[in-house]
Design a protein. Structure first.
Length: 471
């Protein structure tokens, strides 16, 4: 890498960090909020999370066109926002020099940046890896896991996870396998196929060894799912495995749950890790009382179905939590860098349907969506140009800023009502009592009235914009 490209990278990253730092940082923001004054940030065609003139409160007049916030109605408590630190993302991160690494993770995880507080990791290879691998790639069955090792991850994945936690010590990590070791599967390959029941016991031990091994490397994993996208083998084009519903139930209640107990691990178990259209499967699984005892919640993807599926499962099992764990941009889409309203509309719907976190797909990929050993052209939350080392940001990045920078861990979603044309809205109350309102305007420029109790304000919204208000 030339000195010029290093300077370019640092200049771009520093400019972004400074721009973000002018947002929600420091006690003064929250002090002014406590006094009742409003601050506002906007992303639109000519603004990127830019602080704008905020409206003033005045007496409310109960306009039927207003968005009404009712803080007395509280919903789920939030864990946070983030994206996946895949093998590919960690590999690209490892290619940067020390200054570049610090600049990038400060922007993504640090207090002056996006403040990302939840990340997904992969248990072995996903489609976004440099190569297919598991932690026991024996050519023969190895039920005693004598060949288990984490060597691949020690080279650059674990160092990246430690750096991310250093940037945000409260980072919550959950981990997902795309495939068990090939010898555990029908077909014998990491690519496609299905899990074989006779290897449930060693696979539970495999999870325990992974969790203990990562902990010994200084990286605690807070939760696991059993399988990425349980209901597809991806036509054997990438690491994947089919898990029938009865297999997932039996594995958790007879093997994984007891194995975590025996090892005194407090790691949470999430089921499904697949699309909204499998809500019926989630309800059926949680209806098993033994599985229910071991499971903290349901992990969701948004590629098929509608987010109200999470509400249906929540209503059936209100003690179980909902987590949105994957959704990422398409690097080949012409609006990859500008589709912030699409992503914000989706994030609003996710939060309005009981999800406690929103986690995108890859944190970092190159301009062609690489490294990639699978068939899907995804993009990163941010893109690292393989030739110039320039960092660019996706529309998803700018949408997420409007949530992750303002909404704190432990915040509650609160009720917001009102149908205004082309406007999506969600409100939260932070642990310190401050309020956050995110407004997504999918249409032309307009002014929207927002009401909280006896107070109201008129908010001018740019066309095709996302606006965050804090008070």
């Amino acid at each position: 890498m030339t000195s010029r490209t290093r300077r370019d990278f640092l200049r771009v990253a520093a400019a972004a960090s400074c721009g973000l730092a002018s947002g929600l940082t420091g006690a003064s923001v929250w002090a002014s909020s406590a006094a009742g004054s409003v601050r506002a940030w906007c992303t639109s065609k000519d603004r990127k999370y830019e602080e704008t003139t905020a409206p003033a409160w005045r007496a409310a007049d109960n306009s039927p066109q207003s968005i009404r916030i009712d803080a007395s109605k509280q919903y789920q408590q939030l864990l946070g926002f983030g994206a996946a630190l895949t093998d590919s993302s960690c590999y690209l991160y490892s290619q940067l020099n020390t200054q570049q690494k610090q600049a990038l993770f400060s922007e993504l995880y640090g207090p002056a940046g996006l403040r990302l507080s939840v990340s997904r990791t992969c248990i072995g290879a996903s489609d976004y890896s440099t190569m297919p691998y598991s932690y026991d790639d024996s050519t023969e069955p190895d039920p005693e896991l004598k060949k288990f090792n984490l060597d691949h991850d020690k080279s650059y994945i674990l160092p990246a996870l430690r750096d991310a936690r250093q940037s945000n010590p409260e980072l919550f990590l959950f981990s997902t396998p795309w495939s068990p070791p090939g010898w555990m599967k029908a077909g014998g390959s990491l690519l496609g196929g299905s899990m074989r029941k006779k290897y449930f016991a060693p696979y539970a031990d495999y999870f325990v060894k992974f969790l203990q091994g990562y902990s010994a490397e200084g990286v605690k994993i807070n939760a696991v799912t059993i399988q990425n996208e349980v209901d597809t083998d991806q036509d054997s084009r990438m690491p994947a495995a089919l898990w029938g519903q009865e297999y997932e139930v039996e594995f958790i209640k007879k093997f994984l749950g007891p194995a975590l107990e025996r090892a005194s691990l407090d790691t949470k178990i999430w089921i499904l890790d697949h699309n909204y259209n499998l809500a019926g499967r989630a309800v059926d699984e949680l209806s098993d009382p033994v599985l229910n005892k071991y499971v903290d919640g349901v992990a969701w993807h948004g590629y098929l179905g509608n987010p109200d599926a999470m509400t249906r499962v929540h209503d059936a099992f209100p003690a179980k939590n909902c987590y949105f764990t994957e959704g990422g941009p398409d690097i080949t889409s012409p609006d990859y860098a500008t589709d912030w309203t699409k992503w914000s509309q989706s994030m609003t719907a996710i939060l309005r349907n009981w999800a406690e976190c929103i986690v995108g797909w890859n944190v970092l990929l190159d301009e062609k969506g690489r490294p990639n050993i699978g068939p899907f052209p995804c993009g990163g939350l941010v893109t690292l140009n393989s030739q110039t080392q320039e960092i660019t940001r996706s529309g998803q990045y700018w949408a997420m800023a409007h949530y992750s920078k303002a909404i704190r861990r432990g915040a509650h979603v609160v009720a917001s009502e009102g149908n205004v044309n082309n406007i999506d809205h969600v409100a939260c109350q932070n642990p310190d009592g401050s309020f956050v309102l995110v407004l997504t305007n999918r249409g032309e420029k307009q002014t929207v009235r927002c009401q909280l109790g006896a107070k109201a304000m008129d908010v001018a919204l740019d066309p095709e914009s996302v606006t965050t208000l804090v008070w």
